[in-house]
Ligand binder design. Structure first.
Ligand code: CIZ
Length: 363
């Protein structure tokens, strides 16, 4: 992980602070061209257009992390996303590569909802009630490295929003219970899509003794959901889905599985960012699609598919994603050095990698 003394200076050099947008873009392109294929800029789908347009590749967190290691020539990976994504790339990249993070202050409130200390305490509480050897911990990729490490050390695994169903099924091949962290909505929607009975899926509130659950309920549960959520996706409501259907008769509504269960149920489909993109691409011309996910992606899809009507379910922008700016991107690539480099030390990286690799091997 980045050390404090490697953080970007609070005040960028004045030459960069004073540059206008056009000069920033021009210089970023020029500097990048000097490195040819040795430098790759990767941008998450939720980044602003001006960043995505400068990127060599865009994708979801996992696609980008896997890609880094496959870019044969690239020694400098400039990752435009949020902390957990950049750390995942640093864990999966090759030894001869360095991963740079233009905005080290870009975190993820959802990832922060399951801290290492809390997770270990909850695990110990669970161990007093059930046979802990049979509990498989699953962590959504939107989690701190420490939690991926925790899962790696305990026969656990990571998941993404596109493979959560398969990962839950994988876990039941060896365990009889799952602790699913940190997004209760992804967990709930996944269990619903697998047709699991309601009483088998319980919610554990880490701020309450025993998670706020009855002992019997814990013993009988097959999936224990960690109480956590993405504030961006929590903003979408059933009322908005109803309004969308009134305003756009015949429209299709697709939302991200981090949305509330009732919103997912009221929609026509749920899907990860990559699935939402595929859904739009595969919809016939003239379709109207209302999308509940981060606004930068939805607005870009609208621009890229002028033959379709693409509408935001409501405006919901991720402030952390917006912390990557032309200025800090320019700074990082101009002064490429030992600062803003993200490294995850061993043995933590090794255990986290194990949890990630288990997931990558699930077909
Ligand atoms: O894993 C990702 O990239 C996120 C945050 C969402 C998604 O659905 O792809």
């Amino acid at each position: 992980m980045p050390q404090d003394d490697q953080w970007v200076p609070l005040l960028l050099p004045s030459e960069i602070r004073r540059m206008n947008r056009e000069t920033l873009i021009h210089e970023i392109r020029e500097i990048k061209a000097q490195y040819k294929d040795k430098m790759a800029i990767l941008a998450h789908h939720y980044q602003k257009d001006e960043i995505v347009e400068l990127a060599d590749k865009r994708g979801d967190s996992l696609e980008l992390a896997r890609l880094s290691a496959k870019l044969k020539e690239a020694k400098y990976i400039i990752f435009c996303g949020v902390a957990f994504m950049v750390e995942t790339a640093a864990i999966l990249c090759r030894e001869d590569q360095k991963v740079y993070f233009p905005a080290p202050n870009a975190g993820c409130p959802l990832a922060d909802m399951a801290g290492e200390e809390d997770v270990k305490r909850v695990w110990d509480e669970l161990a007093r009630i059930v046979d802990i050897q049979k509990v498989i911990p699953i962590t959504y990729i939107n989690s701190p490295t420490e939690i991926k490490t925790f899962c790696g050390e305990r026969e656990g695994i990571t998941c993404t929003s596109s493979n959560a169903g398969k990962i839950v099924e994988w876990a039941f091949q060896t365990g009889d219970k799952i602790l699913f962290m940190p997004d209760e909505n992804l967990g709930r929607n996944t269990c619903n899509s697998l047709g699991m009975p309601r009483e088998e899926v319980i919610l554990w509130d880490p701020s309450l003794e025993g998670g706020g659950c009855e002992k019997e309920a814990i013993k009988n549960a097959r999936v224990i959901l960690w109480k956590g959520y993405c504030p961006i996706h929590l903003e979408f409501t059933v009322q908005q889905v109803k309004m969308a259907r009134e305003n756009y008769p015949g429209c299709k509504v697709i939302v991200h599985p981090e949305c509330l269960e009732e919103v997912a149920n009221a929609s026509d489909a749920t899907g990860s960012t990559s699935k939402i993109i595929q859904y739009v691409e595969e919809s016939p011309p003239e379709s109207t699609i209302v999308i509940g996910t981060e606004s930068n992606l939805v607005k870009r899809l609208a621009r890229e598919h002028p033959d379709k009507t693409i509408v935001e379910l409501s405006h919901s922008e991720c402030p952390d994603m917006s912390r990557v700016t032309l200025r800090n991107l320019h700074f990082v690539i101009k002064y490429l050095g030992d600062f803003n480099v993200v490294e995850v030390e061993e043995p933590m990286a090794g255990h986290a990698r194990l949890a990630l690799e288990r997931m990558l091997n699930v077909k």
